[in-house]
Design a binder for this molecule. Structure first.
Ligand code: FES
Length: 266
């Protein structure tokens, strides 16, 4: 059951409980008012009694006469008619409130982010050995795009001497998950198989295979996501974006420069 559905049920039950409580309070008040209008009030009389022969006591004796509470009169037909009308009005009102509550919660449930997969969650990118075979030296280091998570998986054998490499587990896993969003103005960045750089088509920013800044207006390297190996699976946490390394960082000599002509002219 999704979080949105649970929230819908909880809020709907709360609204119904509140409505029932308010209706009960109102009906009790009406009954009390009707009883007060039709019944009598209890009175208490006091009287002093004295004895002819006995000397006056120091304090007068007090006799309390108790009056039994008046019996509640049955409601008249007119009062009953009003009660029925009020009951129907409130029933309609509560039905309307209930409808609004369900409608509102259904809308919220529809808009509620479904964090059960896709970008923003942990994504299983596949079997580790299979991925290494696809992005490693056996396949000329060509990166693999994972559309579900909007990231490129790339091979990495650098020194990882910038903090972000530790944060994403690059050295341990020999993998990096690079967010495809250009850190200049947000365009999607494709990979160029000739230069082996990521080259942004919008303003020409270029990033090395492992996501470091190489050229253009971008302020830093590509952002990236933490990668972990669970069993034999590669898990990428796309809910935890790690800011890319600053300009000037170069941690893998093999791909420090272009390997061929650019796809996007400078
Ligand atoms: S958005 Fe990529 S270089 Fe401007």
């Amino acid at each position: 059951m999704s979080p949105g559905t649970i929230a819908l049920i909880v809020v709907a039950v709360s609204i119904l409980a509140w409505a029932g409580f308010m209706a009960n309070v109102t009906i009790r008040k009406q009954r009390k008012a009707a009883a007060a209008a039709g019944g009598g009030t209890a009175t208490t009389d006091t009287a002093a009694s004295t004895s002819h022969s006995a000397p006056a006591p120091s304090a007068p004796a007090v006799t309390v006469e108790t009056v039994p509470p008046a019996k509640r009169k049955p409601l008249s037909p007119d009062q009953l008619a009003v009660s029925r009308r009020q009951f129907l009005n409130r029933a309609w009102g509560l039905s309307f409130v209930g409808f609004l509550g369900f409608f509102g919660m259904s809308s919220l449930s529809f808009l509620w982010p479904k964090l059960t997969g896709g970008f923003g969650t942990k994504i299983n990118a596949g079997n580790y050995d299979d991925i290494i075979a696809k992005v490693g030296p056996d396949n000329n280091y060509l990166p693999l795009f994972i559309p579900e998570g909007r990231f490129w998986l790339t091979y990495y054998e650098g020194t990882g001497d910038a903090p972000v490499y530790t944060a994403v587990g690059a050295v341990d896993t020999k993998l990096q998950a690079l967010y495809r969003k250009c850190v200049h103005l947000g365009c999607s960045v494709p990979h160029c198989a000739e230069s082996m750089l990521f080259e942004c088509p919008c303003h020409g920013s270029k990033y090395r295979l492992h996501g470091e800044f190489f050229a253009g207006p971008a302020p830093r390297g590509l952002d990236r996501f933490p990668v972990t190996i669970e069993g034999s699976s590669v898990i990428v946490d796309t809910g935890s974006v790690q800011v890319g390394p600053p300009r000037g960082v170069s941690t893998w000599d093999k791909f420090a420069g272009p390997q061929g002509p650019f796809c996007v002219p400078t």
